[in-house]
Design a binder for this molecule. Structure first.
Ligand code: AMP
Ligand code: ZN
Length: 485
């Protein structure tokens, strides 16, 4: 089956679903705002990256090569998305008694460990803010040369009154932004919406990372990094910019102002794709408040990372998604049934089909694939795409082998390891040393329980759980299984 062709995306710029037309028909440039690495990513942040991944995989399915660039914010993101508060990285480093670079490295690794477990593909370019300070300085110089800046109180500000399109993305009114004052307003600002491009003075004297610049020794404002790095890696105009909806009114609005006033080209980005929030008990999950769920905390509860991926795909990226352990439990059960069904289909086949669907150009399996593609092409409707997968594997009219081949093909976008699920065999293929270790620990636990040493028994269960091994006590003794299935 050839590449599907009808792809439409909701564009925040214009607030409507539009047919996707790439600047270069072969290749798409995509920039996604990456993490601020002062703490672990929370599961809300990870929703943003699963959305980026769904977008990248869908673009590939529609025949595009994708240049996917992601930044790592390791300097300049203040505790407020505008210019208020302390640098998040500096504060985290102080609290933990480490250097900013140590903190950045640790949480960057942790972030990619999470994304790998969620089957989120690596971006083509991962770029760190601190490694692009010269590019940021050059960009600020261009914005300055074009008359969009002023210096006050030692800092370089962007003057929004010089950029009439300011606020178009967020449908903000420039007049109100010019006058609107915030309570803790920076008195250096000419307009309420002006923002800092380069700090040489901040309220905090402890800025750990500073660089020389034409405006004095200091550090960049948060927004400039994304303009500088996307311009560097994707050119002066590119196709898609992605991020969470919280970035619309400040961060992305400011990115557009910076980039377009430097290059004089508009639109800088053709399509803006924003994911809605993951919420818990109707509240916002916030990394800075410190109370949030990480992927590891879900694993500790006995979930497999792909249970969370499945849960996320079950909601449309533009709808708010309510998280609860019960809802995640539902996703886990659904994924387990999916695996059971695939294994059943596999048991009916002489051999398991390999990836791809070249031979499925006709027939009922192909109908499911076409509807699956149509769902993705309709603004990335992953819930409808999943429904097509379920329809396919339950349909008695579809030959088991064809159903598996089509399911594996769908999995190139879903990323749920369906081919592995289909051949998964409880304990087969396990490392014999691991099997022996588990058996030994189960025996020790039984002895501990016999001796009423429940603390030791629980400790053993928890130790195995942290290795992804779950124990189940039953009438015939203790069985174990992997947390995934
Ligand atoms: P940060 O590391 O804070 O810069 O955020 C990383 C990404 O996560 C950004 O694209 C945010 O818009 C996004 N984000 C933050 N909180 C949530 C949430 N609760 N649900 C979905 N996306 C979020
Ligand atoms: Zn950004």
């Amino acid at each position: 089956m050839g590449n599907p062709s009808k792809l439409s995306l909701y564009n925040t710029l214009g607030r409507q679903i539009q047919p996707f037309v790439a600047l270069d028909p072969q290749k798409v440039g995509l920039y996604g705002c990456g993490p601020t690495v002062y703490n672990y990513a929370h599961i809300g942040n990870l929703r943003a990256y699963v959305t980026h991944d769904l977008l990248v995989r869908t673009l590939r399915r529609f025949g595009y090569a994708v240049d996917y660039v992601m930044n790592i914010t390791d300097v300049g993101h203040l505790s407020d998305d505008a210019d208020e508060g302390e640098d998040k990285m500096v504060r985290s480093a102080e609290e933990r008694g480490k250097t900013v670079m140590e903190i950045a490295e640790f949480y960057t690794q942790a972030f990619f460990h999470d994304t790998e477990q969620l089957n989120i593909g690596k971006p083509s370019v991962v770029c760190r803010a601190t490694e692009h300070i010269p590019e940021m300085i050059e960009l600020i110089k261009r914005i300055e040369a074009n008359g969009h800046t002023y210096t006050a109180g030692g800092n370089v500000y962007f003057d929004i009154s010089t950029f009439p399109r300011y606020g178009d993305l967020a449908k903000l009114r420039l007049e109100e932004l010019k006058t609107g004052a915030r309570i803790d307003e920076d008195s250096n600002k000419r307009n309420g919406g002006d923002f800092v491009l380069w700090f040489t003075k901040s309220k905090f004297e402890n800025q750990a990372l500073v660089w020389d610049s034409p405006w004095g020794r200091g550090y960049p404002g948060w927004h400039i990094e994304c303009s500088a790095m996307s311009l560097k890696y994707l050119g002066e105009q590119f196709d898609i910019h992605a991020g969470g909806i919280d970035h619309i009114p400040v961060h992305h609005t400011n990115e557009i102002a910076q980039s377009e006033s430097a290059t004089g080209k508009s639109p800088w980005v053709s399509y803006w794709v924003h994911n809605e929030f993951l919420v818990i008990d109707r509240g916002k999950m916030s990394k800075s408040s410190g109370s949030f769920l990480t992927l590891q905390s879900l694993i500790d509860e006995g979930f497999h990372p792909l249970d969370y991926r499945y849960f996320l795909l079950g909601g449309h990226y533009r709808s708010q998604l309510q998280f609860s352990m019960e809802a995640l439990g539902g996703a886990k059960n659904a994924r387990r049934s999916l695996g059971d069904r695939l294994r059943h289909l596999a048991s009916l086949c002489d051999d398991i089909p390999s990836l791809g669907s070249e031979n499925l150009s006709q027939g009922p399996a192909n109908d499911y694939l076409e509807r699956f593609n149509a769902a993705l092409g309709d603004d990335l409707s992953s819930p409808r795409a999943l429904a097509e997968l379920w329809g396919l594997i339950r349909d008695p009219q579809v030959e088991p082998r064809e159903a598996l081949a089509a399911a594996f093909d769908m999995d190139q976008v879903l990323g749920l390891n369906l081919a592995e699920e289909a051949v998964y065999d409880a304990n087969a293929g396990e490392d014999p040393a691991l099997l022996a270790q588990i058996e030994e620990l189960i025996q020790e636990r039984n002895q501990a329980k016999g001796a009423k040493n429940f603390a030791r028994a629980d400790e053993i269960r928890d130790q195995l759980k942290s290795q992804g091994i779950l124990l189940e006590d039953g009438p015939k003794g203790t069985a174990w299984k992997r947390a995934s299935l």
